[in-house]
Design a protein around this ligand. Structure first.
Ligand SMILES: Cc1cc2nc3c(=O)[nH]c(=O)nc-3n(C[C@H](O)[C@H](O)[C@H](O)COP(=O)(O)OP(=O)(O)OC[C@H]3O[C@@H](n4cnc5c(N)ncnc54)[C@H](O)[C@@H]3O)c2cc1C
Ligand code: FES
Length: 257
């Protein structure tokens, strides 16, 4: 077992557009073991409600600081509670959980990694893109959102040397259109694609990437988060997989969306 239940202290928080929030968590045991694409299962609520923990991808892994980061979109009671917690608040977390993305850059010196994300789907891609770029891979990110404020973490990624291309549905920033239209132009030359976003986006990415290795980070409602309740099963070619235990990262050809 590589995960554990531990306390994480909110060390910093920044409000981002459209109700998103970036939280820094001091959690040295998690930061020391975490891999890009893994997630934390967080108890969200001081009064025991919501009863079930909520899963969040690691949007930053900073082992030297003993910190990880979460990018949170407020959608309901649990995320509203988490997003409203002050610096210094102690959180009860399980993690790091899940399999994470493959990391071929640990063996291959050169490669071209392309991330494709919709909105908050950028979160699990960030640590993978940064790690691959640090080892000398060419790394690009195609990021789509409904409007300009929905394009999260763009400046931070560009400052780290990631080539970020953006598009918005309303045309308020970058190209007007869907992120898959950017993918059509950028796919030639990519040796590996990582994607996270709504199922409709992932279906199109899968159709477009039949000739290149492609992995998805999937989101599914979760209860236990550790493979015990079967609550997060998703269909695959050979039966079903548990998103929390076997994922959340799957080969694009492995899962049904
Ligand atoms: C592996 C994994 C990684 C995730 N990473 C992130 C992340 O980095 N940042 C982030 O903001 N969220 C992430 N999520 C989604 C997040 O867990 C949910 O948004 C959260 O559990 C909602 O809790 P809530 O109590 O606020 O909403 P609830 O009150 O439970 O639900 C409110 C509304 O949100 C919808 N909803 C709830 N969960 C999901 C979900 N998983 N996907 C889509 N819609 C949902 C519900 O259907 C409902 O309409 C991730 C989920 C998984 C499984
Ligand atoms: S959430 Fe319980 S098995 Fe995945």
């Amino acid at each position: 077992m590589t995960w554990q239940q531990c306390q994480a202290v909110i060390s910093r928080r920044s409000e981002l557009p459209h109700g998103h929030i970036l939280l820094g968590l001091k959690a040295p045991p998690v930061a020391a073991r975490a891999r890009p694409g893994q997630f934390l299962h967080v108890r969200c609520g001081g009064d025991g409600w919501p009863l079930l923990r909520r899963p969040f991808s690691l949007a930053g892994i900073l082992p030297a600081e003993g910190e990880v980061e979460l990018l949170v979109r407020r959608v309901g009671k649990g995320t509203a509670w988490l997003a409203s917690q002050p610096v210094g608040q102690v959180l009860d977390v399980l993690g790091p959980l899940g399999n994470g993305f493959p990391r071929p850059w640990q063996k291959q010196k050169q490669g071209d990694l392309l991330g494709v994300a919709g909105g908050v789907g950028v979160a699990p891609l960030v640590p993978a893109l940064l790690e691959a770029a640090r080892t000398g891979w060419d790394v690009g990110l195609l990021l789509g959102a409904q409007d300009a404020p929905g394009l999260l973490l763009v400046e931070r990624l560009r400052a780290s040397g990631i080539d970020v291309s953006t598009c918005t549905e309303d045309g308020s920033y970058g190209r007007q259109g869907l992120v898959t239209e950017l993918l059509a132009e950028r796919l030639p030359g990519a040796s590996l694609v990582f994607a996270c976003g709504p199922p409709g986006m992932l279906r199109v990415v899968r159709e477009m990437t039949t000739a290149v290795e492609c992995y998805f980070s999937l989101e599914e409602r979760m209860a236990c988060g550790v493979g015990a309740c079967l609550g997060c099963a998703c269909q695959s070619g050979d039966g079903y997989h548990l998103v929390c235990r076997d994922g959340p990262v799957f080969s694009a050809r492995e899962v049904q969306l």
